[in-house]
Design a binder for this molecule. Structure first.
Ligand code: G1P
Ligand code: ZN
Length: 562
């Protein structure tokens, strides 16, 4: 069927603040639904591609949150008017972030538009987001997003094919003629490509025998919680249909526009239902994902918590049990700067390069593209590999189940064994959400001034019977080893003589106010079985003293502790 349409040029004026943050533009739904707000941003995103846009293929999909479907349809109409040849759109506008990355790579697309505010709550009163991923499948780099922002301050008009008849509810291909030029929309099954991709990476036969209990007479008892986010359909297909898990192994698998009121962030606070259930019940593994499926949390029996920094290190240690790495080899590892350095120790032992990059997945892409990095992670529940250019929650769970299958050990025992070899990085993150921006900026500026003063290095701080001597302190700067681009002011960091660290930065993903993140990392070679909150208390007190956080924010306790 071929239908027609005419390009219309609509006059508009710029909106302030269309500046993508750590991972795309995130604002309240009410902001995105203002007249021309989404249209402006989509037009600028397309324009930032320059001449390459003409005749290109783009992928479009999101996490199913409120306004996702409307935005996807709007993008089809705007893309049609801007010379794009083909759009691959997830059915009903639904695609997880890892699935978008995978589709871009498999279809050699110019890029993709991801409709998500990730782990931020959804619904008419909450957040929406738009992110552009480039042709390597990863989030657009800073230079690209700065360009989008610049265009957004100058925009005078956008292009649209207003009357285009589209139905993204039905899988299938529709051809159009727009001002005499062909334009194709292919609505695709949201999960099929991704599931195939996972089957190429992992040994599904082996995992099925392990999960169903065929290999050791004991089915794996798991609770996989999709938190009403986009992973529901993927989880059902992979864990139930392909790996033979029992129906009760998966919960909250219907994607809801408001995530059923849940805050779809897989951490100890927001995935409380999972933690409580696994703590009480008889489970071998518990896992949760965020709204768009790129984050993961792993817990073991009795809700034994695996910090994302440790998760990365353990997977690194066992990487070669996964067929993909047997085939492609193990290249370097990387972590974001605030992530505890457990993986560095594995890299050192295995003789692999280890990179420390700023917060945000986009900084891993270049290293992967040149073959220097195959596994990376962030303390913020992000784990992934070079199979795509996004972190990947379901991939991480499959990696963990592969490690469990290989070792025949419980998650707790895998960790204890790891610590006995490498020592342990105790780690915690305190989040102070929705603080006033002004005093937070002042706090950061004051702290930067204090810690970069000439006499700060060498100073000692004591608390709870422990003394830490400052080795180095700065505002983290990063030069990309591949394209030499520089990212400045990526977080305040104090490194002590024994390797312990205090890191503080302001979130770049919030939609209003300021969120302060305080990261505490302390390494112990021998004393590896302590309780993190007890072990880290002295350093936390020192961090609060140096930053004067309670004074600036008026907060005496964090909103979330991880
Ligand atoms: C947060 C995390 C960061 C992650 C990003 C996107 O960013 O801290 O590691 O890459 O979300 O999921 P932040 O809000 O800290 O800027
Ligand atoms: Zn996410």
């Amino acid at each position: 069927m071929s239908q027609g349409g005419k390009v219309e040029i609509v006059q508009t004026t710029p909106y302030e603040g269309q500046k993508p943050g750590t991972s795309g533009l995130r604002k309240k739904v009410k902001v995105f639904t203002q007249p021309n707000y989404t249209e402006n941003f989509v037009q600028c995103t397309l324009d930032a591609n320059g001449a390459a846009l003409d005749g290109s293929t783009l992928v479009v999909g999101g996490d199913g949150r409120f306004y996702c479907k409307e935005a996807a349809e709007l993008i089809v109409r705007i893309a049609a008017a801007n010379g794009v040849s083909k759009l691959l759109v997830g059915q009903n506008g639904i695609l997880s972030t890892p699935a978008v990355s995978s589709l871009i790579r498999h279809n050699k697309a110019l890029g993709g538009i991801v409709l998500t505010a990730s782990h931020n709550p959804g619904g008419p009163e909450n957040d929406f987001g738009i992110k552009f991923n480039t042709e390597n499948g990863g989030p657009a780099p800073d230079a690209f997003t700065n360009h989008i922002h610049k265009l957004s301050t100058e925009i005078k008009s956008y292009k649209l094919v207003r009357g285009l008849q589209i139905d993204i509810g039905k899988v299938g291909e529709t051809s159009y003629t727009v001002d005499g030029k062909p334009f194709v929309v292919e609505v695709i099954d949201s999960v099929a490509n991704y599931v195939r991709h996972m089957e190429q990476i992992f040994d599904f036969g082996k995992l099925r025998d392990f999960v169903s209990g065929k290999s050791n007479g004991k089915p794996l008892k798991m609770r996989i919680d999709s938190m009403n986010g986009v992973t529901g359909a993927y989880v059902r297909e992979i864990f139930l249909n392909r790996l033979g898990a029992a129906e009760a192994s998966v919960v909250h698998t219907t994607p809801l526009p408001d995530f059923g009121g849940l805050h779809p962030d897989p951490n100890l606070t927001y995935a409380k239902d999972l933690v409580d259930t696994v703590a009480k019940g008889d489970y071998d593994i518990g896992a949760a994902f965020d709204g768009d499926g790129d984050r993961n949390m792993i817990i073991g029996s009795k809700a034994f918590f695996v910090t994302p920094s440790d998760s990365l290190a353990v997977i690194a240690h066992y990487l070669e049990v996964i067929p993909y790495f047997q085939k492609n080899g193990v290249h370097g590892f990387a972590r974001s700067m605030p992530t505890a350095s457990a993986v560095d120790l594995v890299g050192k032992k295995l003789g692999k390069e280890v990179f420390e990059v700023p917060t945000g997945w986009k900084y891993f892409g270049n290293l992967m593209d040149v073959g220097r990095l195959c596994l990376c992670g962030e303390e913020s529940f992000g784990t992934g590999s070079d199979h795509i250019r996004e972190k990947d929650g379901i991939w991480a769970v499959l990696a963990w189940i592969s490690v469990m299958q290989h070792t025949g050990k419980s998650i707790e025992d895998i960790l204890k064994q790891h610590w006995s070899v490498y020592g342990r990085n105790y780690f915690t993150r305190y989040d102070y959400e929705e603080c006033d921006l002004e005093p937070c900026n002042e706090m950061m500026a004051t702290m930067e001034k204090n810690i970069t003063a000439a006499d700060f290095a060498g100073k000692s701080f004591s608390s709870g019977g422990k003394t830490y001597k400052v080795k180095q302190a700065d505002n983290f700067n990063y030069t990309d080893p591949v394209d030499k681009s520089v990212a400045t002011k990526q977080g305040l960091r104090i490194v002590f003589e024994d390797g312990s660290r205090i890191v503080m930065r302001l979130s770049g993903t919030g939609s209003s106010g300021a969120t302060v993140r305080l990261y505490i990392d302390s390494y112990e070679k021998e004393n590896v079985l302590g309780q993190a909150s007890v072990m880290l208390k002295p350093l936390i007190d020192i961090a609060l003293e140096i930053s004067q956080l309670p004074k600036f924010t008026g907060r005496t306790a964090p909103t979330v502790i991880t």
